[in-house]
Structures are given as structure tokens and as C-alpha cells.
Design a protein around this ligand. Structure first.
Ligand code: SF4
Length: 281
């Protein structure tokens, strides 16, 4: 059974990271977007909806327990209508003097990118890194990233802009999904090569009631795959999840990363450490 998050622990704190967000968009909807594979639709512990001052107080009270802050988790904080608020939050994190990572499917306009550039410059002056992750799960399976998410090609362009602005630009090809053929992952990489510093993949976590499977396989209702079962190691919910590790895709992308010479990780922590070491050296 899930337990509710509390004001003492409104977000995720663990593995030396604090993972925060703006919380659910409304009592009925977690996120502006409705990706059918997303665990927030089934069983994930909602983050608490706090105002910026309370988020900062929580981070201050827990200082020393994390070396990086993620704006990620249970909602796309940067999606409209909360883009400006999420940028305010991002800006306020400069004061915490740690690395910062944010994840989004939103495509920023030039004014917003300029703001991100300034935030990155201030973090850089402190010797800190801003990781900008752009999530892309498909090229031709539109139902997996439905409108108002902008098309994958626009998000690929954003990776390039992140790199030009000096961020660590991260292509988050997440999660790996069984209905997307490996040739399509290959195409995403070919279109993005030179625009990202790191590529991330991820297992797909589906609920045991089959809600997410039904949504993902809606165009192929007889689709059947084998799942493993495990809890999540990046959240405190106590559910057992059906996990599809996408082993064949992982191996395929791994081979491509060796051939083309880009760093590829399934988890963000080793990716962060790799980039920190690269900067140091
Ligand atoms: S944008 Fe992220 S949080 Fe929102 S529905 Fe999609 S995967 Fe879930």
C-alpha cells in the first residue's frame, strides 16, 4: 500500500539527491502532459504541492543530505502553465551551491532559454553544473507523447540549444518501450548526435493492474511482453512494479555508443559522476 507523502518528506531524498517538483498540476491531474507510459498515472506517490518558499525551506532543512537537486519526479514542472514558476524555482536553486538537474518535454522560447543561460552562468561561476535533460520517447508513435507535447524534432533542436548555452545537454530517451523498434532509437540518436553530452535510457515501470500497458499498447492491443517485478529504487512508494528493462534496446544503444563515441547510461547517478570527472580533468 502507498502511504501519503508528508510535509516533513514532501519530495524524494535519497542516493545523495533531493528530487523536487512543483507537485501535481491540480487535484485531478498530475501533469500538463499525459504520456500513457508514465507511472504518475498509477501508484506513484504524489509529491506535495508547495510554494517556492516552502520548497526552499525544505531544501535548507535537509542541506548536507544531497549533492545535487533534481527538478523532476512526478510532473513536468516546466510545462505550461507553470513554466515561469519552474524557472523561478530553478533560479532559486543557485543559492544552494550544488549541481542542479532538470528534466522536461517542454520546448522553451528564446526568452526562457536566455533565463536558463543566465542561471547556468551563475552556477558555473560557483563551479556547479546545470544538467538540462530533454525527454524523447519516440519519433513515430505519436500517442506515446501526445499534444501539447511538441514534436520530437523540436525537442532535438532544444538539446542543441542547451549545448550552445553551456549546459550539460542530456538526451533522455526514457523510458525504453517495447513497441518502439530499435531502428527508431537509432534514428533519434542519429538526428541528435553532436547535440547532447550524455544519453540516458531507462527501464519502463508499469503498474500491476495493467493500466499503463493498456494505454501504451492501445494501437496493438494483443501485444504481450514479459516483465520482471521489483520496487522502485528512486522513490519511497512501496509498490511492486512490473519492470521492462528493454535489454535488447540497451545492448543496441550501448553498441552504438561505442561505435559513435558518446556516453550512455541507464541511470542518472553514474552519468552525473562521469560528467563531473570529465569537468575536473
Ligand atoms: S511529461 Fe513526464 S511527468 Fe508528465 S506525464 Fe509525461 S512522463 Fe509523466
Amino acid at each position: 500500500m502507498n502511504r501519503e507523502r508528508t510535509l516533513e518528506l514532501p519530495f524524494y531524498l535519497g542516493n545523495n539527491r533531493a528530487m523536487i517538483s512543483l507537485g501535481p498540476l491540480s487535484p485531478k491531474k498530475y501533469c500538463t502532459y499525459s504520456c500513457p507510459f508514465c507511472y504518475v498515472h498509477s501508484g506513484f506517490l504524489k509529491y506535495v504541492n508547495l510554494d517556492l518558499e516552502d520548497i526552499k525551506s525544505w531544501l535548507t532543512n535537509n542541506k548536507g543530505k544531497y549533492d545535487i537537486i533534481y527538478i523532476s519526479g512526478d510532473t513536468d514542472s516546466f510545462a505550461k502553465p507553470r513554466t515561469q514558476k519552474a524557472l523561478d524555482l530553478l533560479e532559486s536553486l543557485i543559492a544552494f551551491n550544488v549541481d542542479v538537474l532538470f528534466t522536461t518535454r517542454y520546448v522553451f522560447n528564446e526568452d526562457e532559454l536566455l533565463r536558463i543561460k543566465k542561471i547556468n552562468e551563475q552556477l558555473s561561476r560557483k563551479g556547479r553544473i546545470l544538467f538540462g535533460c530533454v525527454s524523447i520517447a519516440q519519433l513515430s508513435f505519436n500517442h506515446l507523447e501526445p499534444k501539447p507535447i511538441k514534436p520530437p524534432l523540436e525537442r532535438i533542436k532544444q538539446l542543441k540549444r542547451f549545448k550552445e548555452l553551456g549546459l550539460c545537454s542530456v538526451l533522455a530517451m526514457r523510458p525504453f518501450l517495447p513497441i518502439v523498434p530499435k531502428e527508431e532509437y537509432s534514428e533519434i540518436i542519429n538526428l541528435s548526435i553532436g547535440s547532447f553530452d550524455i544519453l540516458l535510457g531507462e527501464s519502463w515501470y508499469a503498474d500491476k493492474d495493467g493500466v499503463l500497458e493498456k494505454q501504451v499498447f492501445k494501437t496493438q492491443p494483443n501485444y504481450k511482453i514479459e516483465f520482471k517485478e521489483s520496487p522502485m529504487d528512486f522513490d519511497n512508494n512501496q509498490n511492486i512494479w512490473k519492470v521492462w528493462e528493454g535489454e535488447e534496446i540497451r545492448k543496441f544503444v550501448c553498441k552504438k555508443s561505442e561505435e559513435m563515441g558518446f556516453p550512455f547510461f541507464m541511470r542518472s547517478r553514474p552519468a552525473i559522476e562521469w560528467y563531473r570527472n570529465k569537468k575536473r580533468n
